[in-house]
Design a protein around this ligand. Structure first.
Ligand code: ACO
Length: 494
């Protein structure tokens, strides 16, 4: 009763009728998965009108304009689903709330990459391979040593992934042939093995490289990844372990064995959950960048380096760092109204608020609030918490933010947790990159395994520049002057 019969379902005409008023022609555009193919619009052509420029190319087909990808689906994906209106996030169908409560980061990584929750033996195999591949060649010491003492860790990490690619010629389609990874789509076992090895390396070495970027600035020796620890524990160990030649270990123990450092279980689990929450987020800016870069078939290390660069920006993964800088600049709850007034005048940005997809709430922000309390119970609360709460509460009551559907995103709280755990502010985006590598490789692998093959991501543009004009000799030119219209005069220091 009340159920749609299969016949009624088929009776529906899943198409869009478009009339081109320039020509009076009518087109029927197929609708699949509630989307229309942009390529179809290429067939809608018209003779150039009186207002058309030759560069509009009206005779060559209609283009679909979408500045900033506001409503363009660039891929079919089976990995992550977000319902931004209802505040839903699911990895391979599993709600993020359940995964954060019951799963571990490496189990979620398996799920995101291979598509199903693993059997116990499958998970053990995957964990072993990932953790085994954490060790970096000793040469990397020289690489990290070449950075300035105050280099931003993201500059180091971004470069480190491109550098890592130089170790593995067998993972480079430029050297091995461009079907190196795309032949995985045909089930070629050797190709799949090669691909999986790079995946283990990328995830395994992410924490090692991140820890190296952290320790090099402190002038501390690098730590060999430990055995017998979880991913998050291994990361904390590599960050904070005092190596045998560090003064504490050397003086406190007669034996040269490593110091008995063990990450705090509450902090290790909190980091593991934070990693789960950050592992994937469908077509965000950095995943799109990884796919865009990957579409020209470079090695996956180069694609991941591109993803790092994209994530680093304050509108994306750099927002956690920006939130703390913002809270420090606000200073106290009393200054919140003045700050929000400046945001409304568009003089300041309320970092950690707003999202391209979430328009009610970011489900990760509720989970993260809970983790914050657990972490603060161990570390003590962050002194910025009062300002953060005052800002949060005031913004959620203010019509400016409510009417624009601006709610706190994951970055509003994550920075406070990282700060309480003792991470330096500029390390926060690194803590986002480490888990997001899983999402990037899951999307990259899905693209390589696509039965239709990989299409290079080459978008269109709408050209609004000058039409053809002839070269003007120096003596006949009139110089175009003004700010932004000519190269600036810069001050030379030193
Ligand atoms: N503070 C004040 N106003 C904002 C904010 C904000 N944080 N975010 C959006 N708005 C306003 C815009 O000015 C715009 O107002 P208008 O319609 O009057 O011009 C309206 O809300 C719609 O915003 P858009 O800029 O169109 O939203 P978009 O989807 O392009 O941008 C973004 C999303 C980049 C996340 C934006 O909300 C932002 O800059 N937030 C702050 C940075 C941040 O927290 N980034 C982390 C995102 S989550 C992540 O990457 C993990």
């Amino acid at each position: 009763m009340g159920q749609e019969t299969p016949k009624a379902k088929h009776a529906r005409n899943d198409s869009l009728v478009v009339i081109d008023n320039r020509t009076g022609k009518q087109y029927s555009v197929p609708i699949t998965h509630n989307s229309v193919p942009a390529t179809f619009f290429k067939f809608i052509r018209a003779p150039a009108g009186p207002d058309d420029r030759p560069e509009d190319e009206a005779e060559r087909g209609l283009r679909v304009a979408d500045r900033g990808f506001l409503n363009t689906a660039v891929i079919e994906s089976a990995i992550t689903y977000i319902d931004g209106e209802r505040g839903i996030l699911r990895y391979r169908g599993y709600p993020i709330e359940q995964l954060a409560e019951k799963s571990t980061f490496l189990e979620c990584a398996y799920l995101l990459i291979y598509g199903a929750l693993p059997a116990r033996s499958q998970l053990s195999h995957f964990e072993r391979e990932v953790l085994l591949h954490g060790i970096m060649h000793a040469d990397a010491t020289k690489f990290f040593g070449s950075f300035r003492y105050d280099a931003h860790p993201m500059a180091m990490l971004t470069s480190a992934f491109a550098y890592l690619g130089s170790y593995y010629g067998e993972a480079n389609p430029s050297l091995q042939g461009q079907t190196l990874f795309t032949k995985c789509a045909k089930g070629d076992p050797e190709a799949l093995q090669n691909m999986d090895k790079q995946i283990y390396r990328l995830i395994g070495k992410a924490i090692t490289l991140a820890a190296m970027a952290y320790r090099v600035r402190q002038g501390r020796e690098f730590v060999v990844p430990p055995t017998g620890m979880s991913y998050a524990e291994s990361f904390l160990y590599q960050l904070d372990h005092l190596s045998p030649t560090d003064s504490f270990s050397a003086s406190s123990s007669a034996s040269p064995s490593p110091s008995p450092y063990k990450p705090h279980p509450v902090l290790a689990r909190a980091l593991d959950i934070l990693f789960i929450l950050h592992a994937d987020h469908e077509m965000n800016a950095s995943s799109t960048t990884v796919l865009q870069t990957g579409s020209s078939l470079p090695d996956p290390y180069s694609a991941v380096a591109a993803g790092c660069a994209s994530l680093y920006g304050p509108l994306h993964g750099g927002a956690n760092e920006a939130v703390i800088r913002m809270l420090v600049s606000i200073g106290s709850p009393n200054n919140v109204p003045t700050f929000l007034a400046a945001v409304k005048r568009r003089e300041k940005v309320l970092s950690g608020f707003g999202h391209r997809v979430y328009k009610t709430s970011d489900p990760r922000s509720f989970i993260i609030r809970k983790i914050a309390d657990e972490v603060f119970a161990v570390t003590g609360p962050d002194p910025l918490l009062d300002t953060a709460m005052a800002l949060h509460d005031a913004a959620l009551k203010d019509d400016y933010f409510v009417s624009r559907k601006l709610a706190p995103n994951v970055d509003f709280w994550s920075g406070l947790i990282y700060r309480a755990m003792g991470f330096p502010m500029d390390f926060f985006p690194v803590l986002f990159v480490v888990p997001r590598i899983v999402g990037w490789v899951a999307h990259w692998r899905q693209m390589m395994l696509s039965p239709e093959g990989v299409k290079i991501w080459r978008p269109r543009q709408i050209y609004v520049g000058p039409s053809e004009r002839s070269y003007v000799p120096f003596d006949e030119r009139e110089a175009v002057q003004g700010p932004g219209k000519e190269p600036s005069i810069v001050i030379h220091s030193g």
